[in-house]
Design a protein around this ligand. Structure first.
Ligand code: SF4
Length: 357
C-alpha cells in the first residue's frame, strides 16, 4: 500500500498523547521509558518513569546508584529482571561507552536487556536511524491491515513481520513513522473490538473487509502456567522480624521476602506444623501460631502463586533461628526494603486490620 505511512503519521499528528519521553531525544530517557513500558501500560508506567528520571537524571546517576534503591523504586512494577538489567546496563554504558549512550543499532543491541524492538526504538526515536520497530501493537496493525496470518510468535512469522515493517518504514522520517504505528495500535487498532468505522485505514484494511478483526493477529503457542504454593513464615519476636534477600535464579531476584516454605499443594495447619521444613526452621523453640492468612492468589505471566502467611510469635532470640541468608529487622522498617507486590499486598492488609482494630 502506497500511503500507509502517510495515513498513520497524519492520524498520529492529530491523536497522539503528550507523553514526557516523546519530548526528548535523550537516548537514556528513551531507553528508560522503553524498559518501563515493556509489559506495562502507559498509565501505570508514567509514575515510575517520572520517579526514575527524577532520581537518576542521567545514565551516570543510575550507574552509581545502590541496587537496593533501584529495586525499591521499581517495587510494584513486576518483571524485576528489567530493573536488574537496567542497572547493569547503565554501568556498562559508563565503563564501555564513556557514559554516553551508544547511537549505533548494533552497539545498542549488544546491551543487556535490550532486544531488537528496544534497539530499533532507541535508534529511531533518539537518533532518527531507519530501523522499524515491531512490538505487539505493530504486529496487530500489520497483521490486520495486510492480512498476515502467520503466527506472531513463530520464527517465520517474526521474520515476515519484520521484513514488512522495514519495507513500509518511511526512511526519511523513521522516528515519527515508528511512533505513529505504535500509537495507532495502542489507541485506534486496539486488541479487542476496535472502532473500525472511524478508522482512517478502513478502506485499505484486510481484516475489516474480511471480518477477521477479532481473529488477527494469530498466536501459535499457549502459555503454560505453573501453580506454586508458598507458605511465608512471618517470625515475630518483640518488635523484630526476619526477612530474606532472594538471590536464587527464580522470580523476584534481589527483592526481599519472609522465610519461605514452598509445598507441592496447599497444606493444612496440622500437616504443615509437623513437616520437615517447618521443624528445620523453628526447631524446638517455643512459639505460638498467631494467625494463618487466607490464601493470597498472585498471578504472574507463567505462574499462579497461592500464598499463605503464617504469623508466628517467638520467645526465642531471632538470631538463633533466622536462616543464614536472612536478616533481622525492626517490623516497622520493612517498608524500606524492596518487596514483591504479593508481600506488599499482605503488609497493606495487615496495616488495614490494625487501623480498623
Ligand atoms: S479498520 Fe479496524 S482492524 Fe483495520 S486498521 Fe482500522 S481499526 Fe484496525
Amino acid at each position: 500500500m502506497k500511503h500507509f505511512s502517510g495515513i498513520i503519521t497524519s492520524w498520529y499528528s492529530q491523536n497522539k498523547r503528550d507523553l514526557p519521553w516523546r519530548n526528548t531525544n535523550d537516548a537514556y530517557l528513551i531507553w528508560l521509558s522503553e524498559i518501563i513500558l515493556q509489559q506495562t501500560r502507559v498509565d501505570q508506567g508514567m509514575a515510575y518513569y517520572l520517579k526514575f528520571a527524577g532520581a537518576f537524571p542521567t545514565v551516570k546517576h543510575l550507574a552509581k546508584a545502590d541496587n537496593d534503591k533501584v529495586m525499591k523504586l521499581w517495587q510494584g512494577l513486576g518483571y524485576y529482571s528489567r530493573a536488574r538489567n537496567l542497572h547493569a546496563t547503565a554501568k556498562i554504558v559508563c565503563t564501555d561507552f564513556n557514559g554516553v549512550f551508544p547511537s549505533e543499532y548494533n552497539d545498542i543491541l549488544s546491551l543487556k536487556g535490550i532486544g531488537e524492538y528496544t534497539a530499533s526504538a532507541i535508534a529511531s526515536f533518539a537518533f532518527n536511524k531507519p530501523h522499524a520497530v515491531v512490538d505487539g501493537n505493530v504486529y496487530r496493525v500489520l497483521s490486520r491491515v495486510f492480512g498476515v496470518e502467520s503466527a506472531i510468535d513463530s520464527t517465520t512469522g517474526k521474520k515476515e513481520f519484520s521484513k514488512l515493517a522495514n519495507e513500509l518504514l518511511d526512511k526519511k522520517n523513521p522516528a515519527a513513522h515508528n511512533q505513529a504505528i505504535m500509537e495507532f495500535g495502542a489507541l485506534q487498532c486496539k486488541p479487542v473490538n476496535p472502532d473500525c468505522s472511524v478508522c482512517p485505514m478502513n478502506s485499505h484494511c484486510y481484516a475489516f473487509a474480511k471480518k477477521r478483526v477479532n481473529v488477527l493477529p494469530v498466536k501459535e503457542k499457549k502459555i503454560k502456567v505453573r501453580n506454586r504454593y508458598f507458605n511465608y513464615v512471618v517470625l515475630k519476636s518483640e518488635d523484630s522480624t526476619v526477612i530474606n534477600k532472594r538471590i536464587d535464579k527464580d522470580i523476584w531476584t534481589n527483592l526481599y521476602d519472609f522465610p519461605l516454605i514452598e509445598t507441592n499443594a496447599e497444606v493444612n495447619e496440622s500437616d504443615f506444623l509437623v513437616s520437615k521444613e517447618w521443624k528445620k526452621l523453628i526447631g524446638k523453640n517455643k512459639h505460638i501460631v498467631r494467625s494463618v492468612s487466607a490464601p493470597y492468589k498472585h498471578i504472574l505471566s507463567h505462574q499462579k502463586i497461592y500464598a499463605r502467611f503464617w504469623e508466628i510469635d517467638l520467645s526465642a532470640d531471632l538470631k538463633k533461628i533466622a536462616p543464614d541468608s536472612s536478616i533481622i529487622i525492626k517490623q516497622k522498617d520493612i517498608h524500606k526494603y524492596a518487596v514483591p507486590r504479593l508481600i506488599e499486598n499482605y503488609l497493606n492488609s495487615e496495616k488495614g486490620k490494625k487501623v480498623k482494630g
